[in-house]
Design a binder for this molecule. Structure first.
Ligand SMILES: Cc1cc2nc3c(=O)[nH]c(=O)nc-3n(C[C@H](O)[C@H](O)[C@H](O)COP(=O)(O)OP(=O)(O)OC[C@H]3O[C@@H](n4cnc5c(N)ncnc54)[C@H](O)[C@@H]3O)c2cc1C
Length: 434
């Protein structure tokens, strides 16, 4: 005899867990299935978990500011204790450099003003006074070490930057996901691990009927949601839900570099930096390390892979990111032993996620998170739960997109912005910055 749930959520990463929580709070009987042994063990555990509001689009900006408040009020959001403790939000702020590549942040600041997000403009002298370890020469455009002129200033210095106080990072993204799992369980949700979905079943009318796991277990449910991270394309294909998707998702290899912290005292107080002049972002990492991620410059090849079969070793990319950051922080030492993270983004064609229904009745997707949706997981869970409830009650979301009122910012989001059928959004940065 098969079990029956109101909704099966494929994936128990940070977004899948958040959806399980919100549907459970609405009274749905939910089951999160994950093929890994615990919540947040997939790409979520590799996340740099930076919380920031600088996005290239108005909607992306507003959504990220909404997300910030969930992290700020984490215990209120969860409404439960976790025996492992709650994840810490290091809300130290984020400095984004003004560069030619980001249009000196002019458009981006329009979005910040429109949403009402606080920020401070810092000129070069202010940056130097606050962060004396930074070399403010410009090095753009980003290059690879073999390119002529790598590491040499290209003339002039940075015009300054913008400091966003409503930003920071979560040092333990897996723990944050476990926190949400506990909250979802307290609301009646169920999680099952080491359970790989192998088939998505439909009834004679083509409506979702449930899933079958690799071990043969059958679970019936009229709603199935794809929150499978870098496996999202495979799950959409399994459901036969790709035919009307204008935006596709692809597993993209990413490396994150950890080097010994070059700045004294920054482990506790360090801010996040985002610097498109050298195409790197940084934040402090546990153990007195500096974490360095890539802002995906054009000169770097993009390695799209099969999420079930890819090389999980570091490549020269690890060192290139360290070398680029050493342009800005000359004291930065590059150890011979590589430490950091190799993982996958679930990149969409325009680096904006898909939060949507599908052409298969009862099948939904929250995917294409493109390396930038950890911060948005709590509101994404809430928005997806609302979308699913409304569509199941008869809303034709494709022709009349749901308008979702956000709790903290009071702004309303046109959920059609995240449609699978949208045309590629030309406002996107087409990078992890979204
Ligand atoms: C290196 C890196 C750095 C990042 N940095 C940031 C950042 O600084 N800020 C930010 O906001 N975002 C960041 N992100 C993005 C963020 O981490 C992701 O958007 C987010 O974690 C995605 O959560 P998820 O729940 O959708 O996916 P995942 O955490 O990938 O979870 C999907 C789950 O689905 C499961 N699954 C897949 N297929 C099946 C199946 N057939 N059956 C059962 N289970 C299945 C997997 O096991 C996995 O656990 C980063 C991502 C990476 C990789």
């Amino acid at each position: 005899m098969s079990e029956r749930f109101d909704a099966v959520i494929i994936g128990a990463g940070i977004i899948g867990a958040a959806l399980g929580l919100e549907l459970s709070r609405k009274g749905w009987k939910t089951l999160n299935l994950d093929k890994l042994p615990a919540a947040g063990y997939g790409s979520t555990s590799a996340s740099c978990a930076i919380i920031r509001t600088h996005y290239s689009t108005f909607d992306g900006t507003a959504f990220a500011y909404e997300g910030y408040f969930y992290w700020k009020n984490w215990a209120d959001y969860l409404e439960v204790e976790d025996e492992r403790g709650l994840a810490d939000f290091h809300d130290r702020g984020c400095l984004v450099m003004k560069t030619e590549a980001n249009g000196y942040l002019e458009k981006l600041l329009e979005h910040q003003r429109a949403v009402g997000i606080p920020f401070e403009e810092w000129d070069g002298a202010t940056i130097k006074a606050k962060l004396p370890h930074l070399d403010l020469n410009t090095y753009a455009p980003p290059k690879r070490p073999d390119d002529p002129g790598f590491g040499e200033p290209t003339g002039g210095s940075l015009r300054g930057g913008v400091f966003f106080p409503c930003a920071g990072y979560i040092s333990d993204p897996q723990l944050a996901t476990h926190n949400i799992q506990r909250a979802a369980e307290a609301a009646g949700g169920t999680f099952r691990f080491n359970a790989q979905v192998a088939e998505i079943r439909k009834d004679a009318d083509g409506r979702i009927a449930g899933v079958t796991c690799k071990d043969g277990t059958q679970i019936d449910a009229p709603v199935v949601v794809n929150v499978a991270g870098p496996h999202s394309q495979k799950i959409n294909e399994m459901a036969g839900a790709t035919e009307d998707m204008n935006i596709k998702t692809h597993a993209l290899k990413q490396e994150v570099t950890h080097v010994p912290m070059p700045v004294e005292g920054w482990d506790e107080s360090g801010i996040v930096t985002s610097d498109s002049d050298i195409a790197c972002y940084t934040r402090p990492e546990k153990g007195n390390f500096l974490l360095i991620g890539s802002e995906d410059p054009e000169c770097d090849p993009r390695e799209f892979v099969d999420p079930d079969d890819f090389d999980e070793n570091f490549t020269e990319q690890w060192k290139i990111q360290a070398m680029r950051t050493a342009q800005r922080i000359p004291e930065l030492g590059i150890p011979s032993q590589m430490k950091g993270v190799v993982s996958l983004y679930d990149a969409s064609d325009d680096w904006i996620p898909i939060y949507d229904k599908s052409c298969v009745p009862g099948f939904y997707m929250a995917c294409g998170s493109s390396g930038n949706q950890f911060k948005n997981a709590p509101p994404a869970g809430r928005m997806m739960a609302e979308l699913i409830e409304k569509v199941e009650a008869g809303l034709d979301h494709d022709s009349e997109p749901l308008q979702w009122a956000m709790d903290y910012t009071g702004k309303s989001i046109d959920v059609g912005f995240y449609s699978r059928r949208r045309t590629i959004n030309p406002e996107s940065s087409f990078s992890v910055l979204g």
